[in-house]
Structures are given as structure tokens and as C-alpha cells.
Design a protein around this ligand. Structure first.
Ligand code: FES
Length: 78
């Protein structure tokens, strides 16, 4: 259940204590769909029913948008 997500940032993101959750922990997004930079905003819930072995593309990389299965990833040097 991988997904294609476009990232355009070219620099690191700095975190401070204001980024900590109510439990004092820092939640880093791993699904790539967060609208809150590198911090989890709950968008990963949209991926819960993705099927194993299928690659998905979310419209505008938005968890609230539609998604479709894609053939896979294409790399220029292949
Ligand atoms: S892991 Fe990506 S929004 Fe939570």
C-alpha cells in the first residue's frame, strides 16, 4: 500500500515544544498526506483501507480528495 506523494521542500523543518502533542510526544507524518508539514495531522486515516500491493495517488496529495490506483512509480533512468 505505497502511495505517490510530491514533496517540494528543500530545507529541514524545525520543531519546538509547541509542536508536541498533548501527551508530550512528537508525531512525525510517515504517510506523506499531512497538511501540517512533517507533523501528523490525522490524514493517515484515509489510508486505512488501502490494499496491500496497490500503489495509490491521492488527488493533489490531499487525504480528503479522491484517490486512484496507479501502475507504480516511474523513474527517468529506467
Ligand atoms: S502519519 Fe501522515 S498524517 Fe499521520
Amino acid at each position: 500500500m505505497p502511495r505517490e506523494v510530491r514533496h517540494e521542500a528543500r530545507s529541514p523543518e524545525v520543531f519546538d515544544s509547541s509542536d508536541l502533542g498533548e501527551d508530550g510526544q512528537l508525531y512525525i507524518c510517515r504517510c506523506g498526506l499531512s497538511s501540517n508539514g512533517a507533523l501528523c495531522d490525522g490524514s493517515h486515516n484515509a489510508t486505512a483501507d488501502e490494499e496491500d500491493g496497490v500503489v495509490y495517488k491521492y488527488e493533489k496529495d490531499d487525504a480528503d480528495g479522491s484517490r486512484r490506483p496507479i501502475e507504480g512509480f516511474e523513474f527517468e533512468d529506467e
